[in-house]
Design a binder for this molecule. Structure first.
Ligand SMILES: CC1=C(/C=C/C(C)=C/C=C/C(C)=C/C=C/C=C(C)/C=C/C=O)C(C)(C)CCC1
Ligand SMILES: [Fe+2]
Length: 553
């Protein structure tokens, strides 16, 4: 263990209560009153050693960990760590910058266990690449929700499925009022992380207040990202479109069912409205976890899995949490012109369930006229079961059966000739990626343009969660798959080689939780999809959702 940590290994002190570090090098903060972690001293550095940590996991976690060593679904063992990793293989020298990955990594407060993957308090992991060397750090995001839970040892804000318990009826009524004002909603920014064109790095979730600026180098929580406009709203898409020139976001309107599409200029905190889409079905807007854009259009999906005000008010989770499946309300895809805000197409499409759009682009005829829009997503065959699969109990208690619902690259074709209906079909035979498909990335230079390659998590069955990394060639309809038996890889993230011409010239970064309870950073060649390097973490980390790349300088 110690041999993994070079003399550069250090964890800086940020004024946490005194931990167990020696000489001011290693300091950790026990999470929520959990006993302190032991450290061992190496010849050159003090490191936090991740063995034998009584009490570091909650009772339920301890029980399940005994059955299976995988730590993807167990809380992060300490608040922070930082150090250099030993690299096996060779990291290209051109890979210079930081890969940040965010996700819900802490699923309990005191003795209370959260129930759903999406409930956990945000754990930010940074992989800092420099001249072939790799330093890793992780730390908890200091949201109000996290700090309040830490201070009071109980849940204080409404998370994805968890609601604070009320001592009496009056407190319950107060909480309902706070729900309408947004005061009781969480700011636990546990879903993604983006680098804005002006250099700020923001962690995000679906509550607007859960937008938090972090330092990509130290992983410090810097400040809340406050919007200076007066659009208000409580929720937005967790995945805004962020490039070096644009930031586009979607705000569902739960009162007059629809969506506001807005942009924000670099260096500002002010969203400016591009336009509005009125819903065509249902009593409420469809859940918009993400949406795609083309060069000229914003594509607004209206999924029959819709926000549900009644479920928002409930104290106990419903089968679909804050959402409801309304098949009779149908599904629609709307196309809005970025420049004018006008809706240029709005079509009914077959029922669908998707959380992650992959990309979209415009189809043109031989005269260059736009005839249609293609929008690709990770589509769950119009089946909401995946939400239930992502309950922690299900993830932790896998018995070896094949229980991961099928998913595919769902391709929407939206005609631009005024037709009323659009199509939805599989872009390739889903057996190529084991009928598992989610957590995707592309070469960001191809955003909104015709493209060929998708990197995602696929499946080698039997499994209960996507357990492979897959590179899909949408032109040949073929996939290359990476698999490590018993391991859970997180979203593969493509970083292009500077000066690259080919779409897949670059590397793919993922973080793996392996069957022994350990974890490593994995670097694959973007073209061959072969491993080129890996670097073991000091201990396995919890699963994470989405990442971003922050180039040096
Ligand atoms: C906190 C509140 C909400 C929060 C919603 C959140 C945090 C939603 C997060 C959704 C994510 C991370 C979806 C990811 C999907 C991944 C999949 C399907 C992977 C599949 C693998 O096969 C609201 C619900 C907005 C309500 C207010 C309170
Ligand atoms: Fe997501």
């Amino acid at each position: 263990m110690a041999s993994m940590i070079s003399s550069m290994s250090s964890v800086k002190s940020y004024g946490f209560p005194p931990g167990v570090g020696v000489s001011g090098i290693a300091r950790i903060s026990p999470i929520f009153g959990i006993p302190k972690v032991s450290t061992k001293k190496t010849k050159t550095a003090t490191v936090n050693v991740a063995t034998d940590l009584p009490g570091i996991q909650s009772p339920l976690e301890k029980e399940t960990v005994e059955h299976r060593k995988l730590v993807a679904w167990t809380s992060v063992r300490q608040e922070r760590w930082e150090g250099e990793l030993v690299v096996e293989g060779e990291i290209p020298k051109w890979l210079s910058g930081t890969y940040l990955r965010n996700g819900p990594g802490l699923w309990h407060v005191g003795d209370y266990d959260f129930r759903h993957l999406f409930d956990g308090y945000a754990t930010l992991v940074g992989l800092h690449f420099n001249n072939g060397h790799l330093t890793m750090g992780h730390r908890q995001i200091e949201s109000e929700a996290y700090k309040a839970a830490k201070n009071s040892n109980k849940l204080c804000y409404r998370e994805f499925s968890e609601v604070p318990k009320h001592d009496n009826f009056l407190a319950y009524i107060g909480d309902l009022a706070n729900l309408f004002s947004g005061a009781s909603l969480t700011d636990n920014a546990n879903t993604g992380v983006v680098k804005l064109a002006d250099g700020r790095v923001v962690c995000l979730t679906e509550t607007i207040k859960g937008s938090i600026v972090v330092d990509p180098n130290t992983l410090d929580t810097l400040e809340k990202f406050e919007y200076t406009d007066s659009w208000g709203g409580l929720i937005h898409s967790a995945h805004p479109i962020v490039t070096d020139s644009e930031f586009i976001t979607l705000l569902p309107d739960l009162i007059n069912p629809g969506y506001m599409v807005a942009r924000m200029d670099p260096g500002t905190n002010e969203r400016k409205v591009i336009g509005r889409v009125d819903c065509r079905g249902g009593p409420s807007p469809g859940w918009v976890h993400s949406f795609p854009v083309t060069e000229h259009y914003v594509i607004v999906p209206e999924m029959p899995l819709r926000y549900c005000a009644q479920n928002l008010l409930k104290a106990e989770p419903t089968p679909l949490y804050k959402f409801r499946w309304y098949p009779e309300s149908k599904g629609f895809m709307h196309v809005m012109c970025k420049a004018s805000g006008k809706i240029v197409a709005s079509v009914e499409v077959p029922l669908f369930v998707t959380f992650h759009f992959i990309n979209a682009y415009e189809e043109k005829d031989e005269d260059g006229r736009i005839t249609g829009v293609i929008a690709d997503c990770c589509e769950h065959h119009a089946d909401t079961t995946i939400l239930d699969n992502l309950r922690l109990q299900n993830l932790r208690s896998w018995s070896g059966e094949d229980v991961l619902p099928d998913a595919r690259v769902g391709r929407f074709r939206i005609p631009m000739d005024g037709s009323k209906k659009g199509e939805l079909f599989a872009a390739l035979n889903a057996d190529e990626h084991g009928r598992g498909m989610d957590m995707c990335s592309i070469n960001p230079s191809f955003l909104g343009k015709p493209y060929r390659y998708v990197y995602a998590c696929g499946a080698q069955r039997p499994c209960n969660f996507p357990n492979t990394l897959t590179k899909i060639d949408l032109v040949d309809g073929k996939a290359k798959n990476w698999y490590d038996e018993g391991a859970v890889p997180s979203e593969p993230y493509f970083v292009a080689r500077p000066g690259a011409v080919e779409e897949d010239d670059g590397v793919v970064i993922s973080m793996i939780s392996d069957k022994n309870g350990e974890g490593y950073a994995l670097i694959l060649d973007g073209s061959t999809f072969e491993e080129i390097a890996r670097a073991k973490f000091p201990y396995g980390l919890p699963y994470g959702l989405h990442g971003c790349w922050v180039p040096k300088n």
